[in-house]
Write a protein that binds this ligand. Structure first.
Ligand SMILES: *Cc1c(COP(=O)(O)O)cnc(C)c1O
Length: 390
């Protein structure tokens, strides 16, 4: 027994250091990291630019307070707005906090329109975090189990179902926003129809609702664009980021478009650590490295390459139902639960994840090379073939 709460069913392994796409455990064994701490270390481990920035900032200034101006925070906000076309940013420390800000923004927006009990449309199979508001928004019984009473004000519809949203628009006058992932991550790497997000945009415009995109997993070049919505020809009203934004340094962001840039006013929201000089310096280094390294393009190209290699290798395996992907966010869907593959992959020196029970999820670093993609394909191909024969 150790002194930690048992909130995680952790695998019996401890990593000591990381370098690029590889991790080394306490025995010195090497692993190819095809998970990146769930889409976090997108630049790879021990990234020099981020490490240098952190060291320099730690020796200069780590924390002041949002009572004062923070130059790095202002610079980062400007950069993110430029990349996304959004208007301003609130910084927190995690994905859940970014979504909390979005939910609070939507409620204030509703009040400003005279709606006393504002509702937000959320999706089946979604994941938005583990705080009480975000788990209430999440479309998973498992995440919600035991935590009732849940927060009210969420209306749930199936993902990738425009008719269900239209029907809600007709029958519920209290809706003020839609909160949705451009690709569902925890839900099983579910890629919606190509026009889904654009159609949601149209419904939001017609009803004066906010389109709020949870890009915590899809953002920061993961899908082959800076942000997932850039595959559609639209802009959201609110977008949330976290995960890869700091390459492992905790930071989250809620971005607002011009129309709602003044909804969260002084005194309505805040965070002690949010956007402090250290985390925002790290995120500036991340953006810089993604830009100069051409990682958006690499994620797109290597995503297609890895998808094609996996499809070829697994083409004869009947238990593989389909492979879904957007950039370097990939899901191999099996006809059975396959959680055991995570441990088997570890034995073979590969980090993967299984989500939604039967979906092998791959989130390799955006710096992925062809050799590394081939290594992933070789190990996953062999493991899946052996697994479904048992
Ligand atoms: C990981 C994730 C979150 C929650 O982020 P935390 O930093 O764990 O709070 C929210 N939404 C999506 C889509 C995620 O992938």
């Amino acid at each position: 027994m150790n002194s930690l709460m048992s909130t995680y069913a952790s695998l019996p392994i401890t990593f000591e250091r990381g370098e690029g796409a590889y991790l080394y455990d306490t025995e010195g064994k090497k692993y190819l990291d095809s998970l990146c701490g769930i889409a976090v270390t997108s630049l790879g481990h021990s990234h020099e630019g981020v490490a240098d920035a952190l060291c320099d900032q730690a020796r200069t200034l780590i924390h002041t307070s949002n009572i004062y101006h923070i130059a790095n925070q202002e610079k980062l906000a400007e950069k993110l707005c430029k990349l996304s076309g959004m208007s301003n940013v609130f910084f927190g420390n995690s994905g859940a906090e970014a979504n909390e800000a979005a939910i609070k923004l939507a409620r204030l927006y509703g009040k400003s329109r005279g709606i006393e009990t504002p509702n937000i449309i959320v999706m089946e199979g979604s994941f938005h975090g583990r705080t009480l508001a975000t788990l209430s928004a999440t479309g998973s019984r498992k995440v919600q189990a035991g935590f009732s009473p849940l927060l009210s004000g969420f209306v749930r519809v199936p993902y990738n179902d425009i008719a269900a949203v239209e029907s809600t628009a007709k029958h519920n006058a209290d809706v003020v926003a839609i909160l949705v992932e451009p690709v569902q991550g925890e839900g099983g790497v579910v890629v919606p129809d190509a026009d889904y997000i654009a159609n949601l945009r149209k419904i939001c415009d017609a009803n004066n609702w906010l389109l709020m995109l949870d890009e915590i997993q899809t953002g920061m070049c993961r899908t082959g664009e800076w942000f997932g919505f850039q595959h559609s020809n639209i802009k959201p009203d609110v977008m949330t980021l976290a995960k890869a934004l700091g390459n492992g340094v905790p930071i989250g962001a809620c971005l607002a478009a011009d129309k709602v840039r003044d909804v969260l006013k002084a005194g309505t929201h805040g965070s002690t650590f949010g956007g402090n000089p250290l985390s925002t310096r790290a995120a500036l280094a991340v953006v810089d490295a993604m830009e100069s390294g051409g990682l958006k393009k690499n994620a797109s190209e290597m995503g297609q390459y890895l998808h094609a290699q996996l499809a070829e290798t697994l083409s004869g395996v009947a238990a593989v139902k389909t492979i879904r992907s957007k950039g370097l966010m990939l899901g191999i869907v099996l006809d059975r639960d396959c959680g055991a593959l995570v441990g088997q992959a570890l034995e073979h020196g590969l980090l993967i994840n299984v989500t939604a029970g039967n979906v092998i999820r791959l989130l390799p670093p955006l710096t992925l090379t062809k050799d590394q993609a081939d290594e992933i394909t070789r190990i996953v191909g062999a493991l899946v073939s052996a697994f479904v024969q048992d």
